[in-house]
Design a protein. Structure first.
Ligand SMILES: NC(=O)c1ccc[n+]([C@@H]2O[C@H](COP(=O)([O-])OP(=O)(O)OC[C@H]3O[C@@H](n4cnc5c(N)ncnc54)[C@H](O)[C@@H]3O)[C@@H](O)[C@H]2O)c1
Length: 384
């Protein structure tokens, strides 16, 4: 059986975790690494025993001819790098979010479709053992009909958390509730509604954002609703990150590492109505922990192979990630203009830049990319 040749662009923490998933899979082989930073490249090369290392992606593509290319660089580089890789006709596994605005997302999806390649966006938690257990429990009717989803990110600055972690949460909403029909959101800075002056360049290459606390309600078919909260907390906390799923006869609590089921619809901490039970994790077929990959990363690689061979979309497809970006931009537009935004939106320009320009302001000034430095700048801007 064919073994797929995989190349990694961006050998930082994410490129490393993803590469380990492909290296552990019997049908994929990591054959080449590309990074502008020799230290990142060399560390991963030594860990995986890969000899072919590059600083230039065109050189790597021309020599190595990989079947699958992982793009695990900062988000602001995804768009250009995806377009360049598509020129070579390779399948793409790109980190989330797909890119930072709808105009780029539209062009990327069209380019991938015209090339007929598989474009997957790395929402690995969707394929991870806890969410697989959740999906199976819902399909088995363990909580009746899903009626609402409630999610929190880790407590980053709201707009940054929205683009960074809420992309995963919203992608998981789509897996559980279908396509989003519209969004309504509020966003505040220092306890007051956002103004066009609060539109800023996000840290970490996450594009243009606004809002220290963002709360959004998403409506789905069959009357299902979802609330996502990206609220800046004094200290970011991974435990805050998760989704509670309310069914007509029970509940489920999903975290990235575990999931629990409550077999009654309502709960109180009274010893009778709070009988949460662990949902046994569903590991991917063929997964061997001794091979050094996380199960969700192995599952992502496995789904990539299956999607290519079956000529179908990856479960975390570019089309789904494109819709996630419509939701994200819809949330920012709704928070700015104070009205529900039906999806898909007809206007594809960035809603916050539009809002600023309508207020007679230019584009926001560049800011630090580093999160902590960025927060210090934001505190100074707000006089704190
Ligand atoms: N899926 C997840 O759970 C998850 C978690 C954290 C971050 N992310 C996403 O992963 C991405 C990268 O995150 P990270 O923390 O590893 O970033 P990072 O900045 O630490 O690493 C990115 C690497 O890409 C390299 N790079 C940048 N431009 C390049 C180019 N043109 N050619 C070759 N190499 C290049 C950098 O030198 C660096 O080594 C971001 O998009 C982020 O949103 C995803």
């Amino acid at each position: 059986m064919k073994s797929y040749r995989v190349a990694i662009i961006g050998c930082g923490p994410r490129g490393t975790a993803i590469a380990q998933g492909y290296a552990a899979h019997p049908r994929t082989e990591v054959v080449a690494l590309c990074d502008l930073r020799p230290d990142h490249r060399d560390r991963l090369a030594a860990a995986l025993g890969v000899a072919a290392c590059y600083a230039d992606l065109d050189q790597m593509m021309a020599v190595e001819r990989p079947d699958i290319v992982v793009i695990a660089t900062g988000t602001e580089f995804h768009y250009d790098l995806c377009l360049r890789v598509l020129e070579y006709g390779a399948h793409i596994d790109v980190e989330k979010p797909l890119c930072t605005n709808l105009e780029e997302a539209d062009r990327l999806l069209a380019a991938a479709n015209s090339r007929g390649v598989c474009l997957a966006v790395h929402h690995q938690s969707r394929l991870g053992p806890p969410l697989q257990a959740v999906r199976r429990a819902i399909a088995a009717g363990q909580i009746g009909e899903v009626r609402a989803l409630i999610a929190n990110d880790k407590g980053y600055y709201g707009g940054y958390g929205l683009m960074n972690l809420a992309t995963h949460l919203i992608n998981n909403f789509l897996a559980l509730a279908g396509r989003c029909q519209g969004v309504s959101a509020v966003a505040t800075v220092a306890g007051r509604p956002i103004t066009p002056e609060d539109v800023v360049v996000a840290p970490g290459g996450m594009g243009i954002v606004a809002g220290e606390r963002i709360t959004a309600m998403l409506d789905f078919p069959a009357g299902v609703v979802a609330t996502v909260m990206c609220h800046h907390l004094p200290r970011a906390d991974a435990l805050a990150h998760g989704i509670e799923i309310l069914g007509t006869t029970g509940r489920i609590l999903w975290k990235t590492t575990d999931a629990w089921w409550l077999p009654v619809p309502h709960h109180a901490p009274d010893g009778t109505h709070d009988q949460w039970q662990p949902l046994p994790a569903i590991l991917p077929e063929g997964y061997d922990p001794a091979r050094g990959a996380y199960p969700d990363e192995y599952a992502f690689a496995d789904e990539m192979v299956r999607a290519i061979e079956e000529g179908r979309e990856h479960d975390c497809s570019g089309a789904e990630a494109h819709h996630v970006l419509e939701v994200l931009m819809g949330i920012l537009e709704s928070a700015a203009y104070g009205r529900r935004v039906p999806l898909p939106q007809t206007r594809r320009d960035h809603p916050l830049l539009r809002w600023r320009h309508e207020a007679g302001l230019g584009d926001p000034e560049p800011r630090s990319r580093d999160y902590d430095a960025w927060i210090a700048e934001e505190d100074a801007r707000l006089g704190r």
